[in-house]
Design a protein around this ligand. Structure first.
Ligand code: GLN
Length: 298
């Protein structure tokens, strides 16, 4: 699961430091494999953790070689990070367990891959940086963005989304221009946050760890609106029917977004396996069933 930079490893080896530690065989093997790894991969991993056993270092060095088998599935468990505060994609069910469309989807993928799926519930803003250390992959209604692509790879997209604007019933906000200068509630580190912070002039952005907290502050009059993805917006607004409305972001010129599973950078084998499983799930009707169960049947 953990990564060490092939480049870093190669550099350390060339300085002879590992050899000096008396672990020349493992280190040399790992070094040979590391040297074959692509430069870009190596650089991407430079910032990653390096507190690993020699066995892990070797396993990871193998996984980084193009065409090699992924280390992420080797223990028979796919550890998946999510933020279970984003219904209907992920939420905590009545038994305290993470459930939702994404959770069902990743479990179906795990079944196709013959591995157990273990879900770790964490803050949304921590997901990307936890891939490759605390978690193998993340599924969290996560939009593919160029910025995230600098640290992680993404699976094929599985859902199209757009940001919505939740407003108090009767609000006069109706266009992108109307949002200027407003106090906007968002979930920290999300695309809604980026739009409110970067794309709309003179806003005061209130960031929350949970979208539902932003919505509660909208009800309490502490923010003028909340920008959040379509499906959660519809779920949250429907909880306050008569008090809140959710408007399509297209009306505010927000572009469409695509959700995908975030993967460790450069692990081509894992990406291929997950994409193949996703394709099968789409082809055999499972995907549509999940959409019906979790999203359209709400
Ligand atoms: N789709 C949004 C993003 O990727 C929000 C995801 C979420 O809050 N779980 O930033």
């Amino acid at each position: 699961m953990k990564k060490i930079s092939a480049l870093l490893l190669a550099a350390v080896l060339s300085m002879g430091l590992l050899t000096a530690c008396g672990d020349s065989e493992t280190a040399a093997e790992a070094g040979n494999e590391a040297a074959q790894a692509e430069d870009t991969q190596a650089q991407d991993d430079v910032a990653a953790e390096s507190t690993q056993t020699d066995a892990e270092v070797e396993a990871d060095a193998e996984a980084d070689v193009a065409g090699a088998e992924t280390a992420a599935l080797a223990d028979g468990v796919l550890t998946v990070g999510t933020n279970a505060e984003f219904p209907p994609f992920e939420y905590v069910d009545d038994n305290g367990e993470p459930d939702g469309f994404d959770i069902a989807l990743i479990k179906a993928i795990g079944e196709k891959l013959g591995v157990e799926v273990e879900v770790e519930n964490m803050e949304f803003a921590s997901l990307v940086s936890s891939i490759g250390s605390k978690i193998d992959v993340a599924i969290a209604g996560m939009t593919v963005t160029e910025e995230r692509q600098q640290s992680v790879d993404f699976s094929d997209a599985y859902y199209e989304a757009v940001q919505y604007v939740i407003l108090p019933e009767g609000s006069e906000i109706a266009t992108a221009q109307d949002l200027e200068g407003k106090t906007i509630g968002v979930q920290l580190g999300t695309t809604g946050d980026f739009i409110a912070t970067d794309d709309i002039a003179d806003t005061t952005v209130q960031q929350y760890n949970k979208g539902v907290d932003a919505v509660n502050d909208l009800i309490n009059g502490r923010v003028d609106c909340v920008i959040i993805d379509k499906n959660p917006a519809l779920v949250f607004a429907s909880k306050f029917e008569g008090q809140l409305v959710a408007l399509d972001g297209a009306q505010f010129d927000f572009g469409t977004e695509e959700y995908a599973i975030a993967l460790p950078k450069g692990d081509a084998d894992l990406a291929e396996k997950i994409n193949a499983a996703l394709a099968e799930i789409k082809a055999d009707g499972t995907f549509d069933e999940l959409v019906q169960t979790y999203i359209e049947g709400e």
